[in-house]
Design a protein around this ligand. Structure first.
Ligand SMILES: [Zn+2]
Ligand SMILES: [Zn+2]
Length: 243
C-alpha cells in the first residue's frame, strides 16, 4: 500500500522547521499526488498562525501551483483549534471560505472560551487520574464537542482524535457528520489501536497523515500504518492510501 496524499503538514509559519516550498518539494520527491499545508489556527497562543499569515501561505501556494503545474496538487488547509466544549473553532466560517479545507483538533496553548473549557483545559484535567467517573465525564465532554464541531463547520477531518483529550471513537464515528473523516495521525498516536478496533465497521471514511513539522517527515505515515495493521483495519476505508 502507498500513501498518495499528505493532508496535514506544518511549516515555519507556526513551529515547523521547513518552508511551504520545502514541504511541497519533499512531497513531490516522495511521489505524492497531493500535499496540503494545514497550519495551526490563530487561537493557539504559541504556534497559532494569524489570518494575515494564512493568506501569505495561500499566496505562496498559488505561486507554487504555477511553478509545479501538472506535477503535484497543493492544497491550503488549516488545523483549527477547538476553543471550548461546544465545538467552536478559532476561525470564522467566512474566513474558512479562503481555504481549500478545514480540519480541527484539541491542542494545549489555547485560552478556552467557556467555563467548562477553562476548567477542563487547566492542569485540573490531570486530576482525572484520581477518579474514573471524572475521566469518563471528560471523555464524554470531549467527544460531544468534537461531534458538535462537525455539524457547525464544514470539516474535512478531525485531527488526532484522542490527543490532549481522549475521545470515545465509537460514539464519535456513530454520531458525527458523515462528511467529516477521522484522522489516523502519524506524529501523535491517535486514533490508537484500541480506537481503530472500535471503529473498524463504522460507516465513515478515514484519512492518514504525517502531521510533519519538518520536511523529511512529509509523507511519513509508517507508525500510523503499523497501528492500522495491528488493529486489523480495512485500509479501503482510508481515502489516501492506494494499494
Ligand atoms: Zn495537532
Ligand atoms: Zn498538526
Amino acid at each position: 500500500m502507498r500513501l498518495i496524499g499528505d493532508y496535514h503538514t506544518h511549516t515555519v509559519y507556526s513551529h515547523g522547521k521547513s518552508t511551504v516550498r520545502e514541504n511541497v518539494i519533499e512531497a513531490m520527491n516522495k511521489g505524492l499526488k497531493t500535499i496540503a499545508i494545514a497550519e495551526h489556527g490563530p487561537g493557539h497562543v504559541f504556534y497559532g498562525v494569524s489570518f494575515d499569515n494564512l493568506m501569505k501561505i495561500k499566496n505562496e501556494i498559488e505561486d507554487l501551483r504555477e511553478e509545479f503545474k501538472g506535477k503535484i496538487e497543493i492544497l491550503m488547509g488549516l488545523e483549527a483549534n477547538i476553543m471550548d466544549f461546544k465545538g467552536n473553532l478559532d476561525i470564522t466560517k467566512d474566513q474558512a471560505k479562503e481555504l481549500d479545507f478545514l480540519a480541527c483538533g484539541y491542542h494545549n496553548g489555547i485560552i478556552p472560551k467557556d467555563g467548562l473549557g477553562k476548567i477542563l483545559f487547566s492542569p485540573l484535567r490531570y486530576a482525572k487520574k484520581l477518579s474514573t467517573s471524572l475521566e469518563k465525564k471528560m471523555i464524554e465532554y470531549a467527544t460531544d464537542s468534537m461531534i458538535e464541531a462537525t455539524y457547525k463547520y464544514d470539516l474535512k477531518f478531525l485531527t488526532h482524535p484522542g490527543a490532549k483529550f481522549y475521545v470515545d471513537a465509537n460514539r464519535l464515528a456513530k454520531d458525527m457528520n458523515k462528511n467529516t473523516m477521522l484522522e489516523i495521525n502519524n506524529k501523535h498516536g491517535y486514533l490508537d489501536v484500541d480506537q481503530l478496533r472500535l471503529v473498524k465497521d463504522a460507516d465513515i471514511k478515514f484519512i492518514i497523515n504525517s502531521d510533519a513539522h519538518k520536511q523529511e517527515n512529509v509523507g511519513n505515515v509508517s507508525k500510523a500504518l503499523d497501528r492500522i495493521v495491528e488493529a486489523g483495519f480495512d485500509i479501503s476505508k482510508v481515502v489516501n492510501l492506494e494499494y
